[in-house]
Ligand binder design. Structure first.
Ligand SMILES: Cc1cc2nc3c(=O)[nH]c(=O)nc-3n(C[C@H](O)[C@H](O)[C@H](O)COP(=O)(O)O)c2cc1C
Length: 167
């Protein structure tokens, strides 16, 4: 039976959900059984062999749904292979260099012994929720900076690691 992998995410404007789907697509193509869910919809993680958690970045913090998810399921997560990702920067920086996790995510990595973290570029476009979001877009500072080649390459590394450990 293929290893079951949960890809859970916290999003406000949907761009992190699309990243999570791209990750799951790669994992499924690599022969794993990946399932994508918004973090609040996850009732248990015990039935999964590995977990990927991602969140949009808001004011230097992971999306609250991602934060609550790792808090609620900390025991089960600590006992499973775990990868974390963030999506945020509204420029090309995340494609050009490693952007370290924000402090809260770094603490989560340590506590749960996560295997790796990556920051992907974010996306903010017309129709985004919130006054600040609309202001950013209005001022021409929005855009789509998600690098799907980078996202897919990262997911492929997860598949390789899981295969190497016989999951
Ligand atoms: C109010 C607001 C605050 C933000 N704060 C950050 C931040 O601290 N760091 C960052 O890299 N990106 C920040 N962003 C950009 C978002 O993280 C980016 O748009 C991301 O793709 C949002 O994910 P979502 O569409 O899944 O909600 C912010 C955007 C908004 C609207």
């Amino acid at each position: 039976m293929p290893a079951r992998v949960l890809v859970a995410y916290g999003t406000t404007n949907g761009s992190t959900a699309r990243i999570a789907e791209a990750i799951a697509d790669v994992l499924n193509k690599e022969g794993l059984a990946a399932e994508v869910l918004p973090a609040p919809a996850v009732t248990e993680v015990e039935s999964y062999d590995a977990v990927v958690v991602g969140g949009g970045l808001y004011a230097g913090r992971w999306h609250k749904h991602a934060r609550r998810f790792v808090r609620r399921h900390r025991r089960a997560l600590a006992g499973r292979p775990l990868w974390l990702f963030s999506s945020g920067p509204l420029d090309a920086s995340a494609s050009e260099r490693d952007i370290p996790p924000v402090p809260g995510v770094r603490r989560t990595m340590t506590r749960l012994d996560a295997k790796a973290h990556i920051t992907f570029g974010g996306c903010l476009e017309e129709g985004a929720k919130g006054r600040i979001a609309r202001m950013i877009v209005h001022n021409g500072k929005g855009g789509d900076f998600r690098d799907f080649a980078q996202i897919e390459a990262w997911a492929a590394r997860i598949a390789t690691e899981l295969a190497d450990q016989g999951a």
